[in-house]
Design a protein around this ligand. Structure first.
Ligand SMILES: [Zn+2]
Ligand SMILES: [Zn+2]
Length: 262
């Protein structure tokens, strides 16, 4: 019997559960919340990190097994997508190549750790120069975009969530967008900064407009929820905003970009 495919109009493409080292929320709880919100799809993009605290935490066997169980439970109601948020994929080629062989629907590339593997909150504790931290962050993002091999660049201006300012060289941002477009990488619109008292998504208006000016067309949308209470938070607003700029909201299935049904 062929089943009507789920029409995907409401999707959160960046969600964590206890399969990530920094979330305690069960995948079952995230699914229950997604169903209660009337979402069509949710993508569990667990962290694969290489920091001292996180290394070895992620267990793909357990992840795929629980995902399969929940896919059966929510069959026909809620599409559960297999995702991965890979930290610094350009520095972890072996893991990136491994991820490409696994049944993921979607792979996010993120720069979380840079300058001797520090996280931005650690850079703050060390009172490191913010301008320098940003400059070296963008160098890493450019290398990641040039490397490619994943689907979407997560939270492009991530350090602003910690440093509460944003510093960049527009010419370097253009280089990043050009490399992304060349490597068929999509830009993420991440709403987690709005829950942390900032007035802009990651990235915000200026960088989005620069993306469009460089020929960028597509965005994925994600809450980056580590708790069920914030699943899909601010995503509809971000989506409407992206559309108002002429961007096309997309999601991924089997590593293929699909347009959200509107
Ligand atoms: Zn992240
Ligand atoms: Zn995340």
């Amino acid at each position: 019997m062929t089943r009507e495919p789920v029409r995907v109009a409401r999707c959160d493409s960046h969600v964590h559960t206890a399969f990530s080292p920094d979330s305690r929320q069960s995948m079952a709880d995230q699914c229950a919340r997604a169903a209660a919100l009337g979402l069509d799809a949710v993508c569990f993009t667990e962290h694969l990190d290489f920091s001292e605290q996180s290394r070895g935490y992620y267990c793909p066997q357990a992840y795929f097994s629980e995902l399969q169980r929940l896919r059966e439970a929510y069959d026909g109601q809620l599409k559960l997508l297999a995702g991965l948020e890979l930290s610094e994929p350009h520095q972890h080629q072996k893991e990136l190549e491994w991820a490409q062989t696994q049944p993921y629907d979607f792979i996010l590339g993120s720069v979380h750790y840079w300058i001797h593997g520090l996280f931005p909150s650690q850079m703050q504790e060390l009172h490191m120069d913010v301008a320098d931290c940003f400059a070296r962050y963008w160098d890493e993002v450019l290398q990641m975009a040039r490397c490619g091999g994943f689907d979407t660049v997560a939270h492009l201006d991530f350090p602003k969530r910690y440093f509460r300012v944003l510093k960049y060289d527009p010419a370097q941002i253009d280089e990043i967008f050009q490399a992304m477009i060349k490597n068929n990488l999509t830009l993420e619109l991440n709403t987690s900064s709005l829950r942390r008292g900032m007035d802009e998504t990651m990235p915000g208006d200026a960088l989005l407009r620069q993306y469009i000016a460089q020929g960028g067309q597509y965005v994925t949308l994600g809450s980056d929820a580590h708790k069920a209470t914030v699943l899909y938070r601010d995503v509809p607003t971000a989506q409407a905003y992206a559309q108002s700029l002429g961007l096309v909201p997309v999601w991924y299935e089997k590593r293929k970009r699909r347009t959200l049904a509107l």
